[in-house]
Design a protein around this ligand. Sequence first.
Ligand SMILES: [Zn+2]
Length: 215
Amino acid sequence: MRKFIIMGIQGSGKGTQAKLLAVDLELEHVSVGDIVRWNAQHHTKLGAQVKRIMATGHLVGDDLVESVVRDRLAEHDWNYGFIIDGFPRTARQAEFFLETYDIDGVINLDLPDEEVSRRVLSRRLCAECGLDYNLMAHRPRREDTFDVCHGALEARVDDHPEALAVRLAEYHEETKPLIEIFERKEFVATIDATLPVEEVQDSIREQFSLPLRTR
Ligand SMILES: [Zn+2]
């Protein structure tokens, strides 16, 4: 059985890397963000709780996240292991989690702040059809217009430099103590996330002596 924690700031490709690893090695991908979003969309009791918190402008608390993870892992459907994303968030959670679950290691996707900015600030959303778009990957024929449906390409309201600077600072502040705990107790593999998706995946597998990609 294989049990991993994956860390990385937004734009680091964390979700993509976790999914690639999970699908291939039959691990359960436990994404706290996905679970919370699913509950909000399906109007569950948890979803209602989350919406109440968000409506007051607060982030979902550490205790709530912890109970979400506990309930999810209690399902015991992870016969070959899991890769968890979005947890632990505090030093206390990290200590407890490492003692409870005999984690194989921590994948730490490293992306310099300038690169995070470059990636995040070039994200657009089509106002017409809702498609995600990235100006780094595609250049629209007409500026700020989606080639397919001709909708306006807009940045998300919180994807501007000031908000991003706050998120970056918060991320580093929250992550630093966690990484220190992990480094003391587990193997942390810091991976260069500026590389293309496939190379990042290969590098994760090399670090943990996992089977290499066959496709
Ligand atoms: Zn569109």
